[in-house]
Design a protein around this ligand. Structure first.
Ligand code: MG
Length: 367
């Protein structure tokens, strides 16, 4: 199964409502999508989300890296030389992890197809269903309460509240939303770097005294402020998860060694794909760090890839794959489906994706 061409394009999918966090705001998913074609007719799918505020990767930088640097190195190689392909990919250039993630997931898709297994089974999993939480964008309190009630109605049991835009409002928001949805719904609070360490400790210490079913606090302080993150972790009792502070394998090692947080959020766009996600997971679980798996606001192709990864791992406590519930329609034929808060993976080989029906614009084909 030899790689003969790599098609590069863009995919835009409108959201049901704008997605707003402490670092950005958007009304659609805009991904770079790639399709790796082989001489056997098999196609591997991958996608990369442009989130410059978080990863530094833009649509143009992702396309450039794939088109000019990564793709030409892969043409002609057999998918059965999988580790060599992964080695070529990850040594092709520095950083650019979103571009690498798109190619990495497409290579895993093809390798699983060549082994005639769904990807989660190739990775060692045996159950094709996982649960996801759902995110409430940071808006006015009334809108956030309405969203929380709606998602509860729709069957979600863990709700992520985006905080950190105005820390004076955050406690009030969390309390009002909790009162509206009740104790049976778990709450994740994601400050997206929006608090300073002292305010974070104050807010979290108050939350600890309230009877709110809080699963954990995600990324309370600035990504680079590891000292601040550790200070928060050491002076609070709720679980503190590093997201933007933990991109890759070296970050995971540092966080584990210095006990900077209680856990990490593994995302393919941060670490460059499933190969490195595996390494992060191994370091984390061997260092008693808790793991969650998440994604950017990205296309169902990328969500499929991280969902297969999570389904194969025993110790990932929470999945955050809500783009499937936030997009107006799913233009991907095949792949995972969502009902209430349960994602069901395809039993077809690889990611189980058959094609992209709508919204895909071809930029170039590398042969
Ligand atoms: Mg986060």
């Amino acid at each position: 199964m030899r790689i003969i061409s790599i098609v590069i394009g863009t995919l835009e999918i409108p959201l049901i409502r704008p997605f707003i966090t402490a670092v950005r705001q958007t009304s659609s998913v805009k991904d770079v999508v790639i399709m790796i074609h082989t001489d056997c007719g098999n196609v591997g799918y991958g996608s990369a989300a442009s989130t410059p505020a978080i990863t530094g990767d833009t649509t143009n930088s992702i396309i450039y890296a794939i088109e000019n640097i990564i793709a030409p190195q892969l043409i002609g190689h057999d998918i059965h030389d999988f580790n060599q392909l992964i080695h070529l990919l990850h040594n092709s250039l520095q950083n650019n992890n979103s571009a690498k993630a798109a190619i990495d997931m497409a290579l895993y898709d093809l390798f699983a197809q060549s082994c005639q297994l769904p990807l989660y089974k190739l990775l060692g999993g045996n159950v094709n269903q996982i649960k996801t939480c759902i995110t409430i964008s940071a808006r006015d309190i009334g809108s956030m309460v309405a969203d929380a009630k709606m998602f509860k109605e729709l069957g979600f049991r863990t709700i992520k509240i985006k905080a950190g835009i105005n820390h004076n409002d955050d406690l009030k928001k969390i309390e009002v939303i909790h009162n509206a949805i009740g104790d049976e719904i778990k709450i994740i609070i994601d400050a997206n770097q929006g608090w300073n360490p002292k305010d974070a400790i104050k807010i979290i210490n108050i939350l600890e005294k309230q009877e709110i079913n809080i699963a954990f606090i995600e990324q309370p302080v600035k990504a680079h402020d590891l000292q601040g993150l550790k200070f928060v972790r050491d002076n609070t009792n709720l679980t503190i998860i590093a997201d933007e502070s933990c991109f890759n394998v070296p970050d995971t090692l540092e966080i584990a060694n210095k006990k900077i947080s209680d856990g990490i959020n593994i995302k393919l766009m941060k670490c460059g794909g499933i190969y490195n996600a595996n390494a992060m997971y191994s370091i984390a679980t061997n260092s008693h760090l808790k793991c969650m798996a998440g994604c950017m606001l990205e296309s169902p192709i990328g969500v499929n890839a991280i969902a297969h990864f999570m389904a194969a791992k025993m110790d990932i406590l929470y999945g955050d794959f809500d783009p499937l519930a936030l997009i107006k329609y799913n233009p991907i034929q095949g792949g995972a489906t969502i009902e209430k808060d349960v994602i069901t993976l395809s039993e077809k080989y690889g990611l189980g994706i058959d094609g992209v029906i709508e919204g895909f614009t071809i930029i170039n084909t590398v042969e």
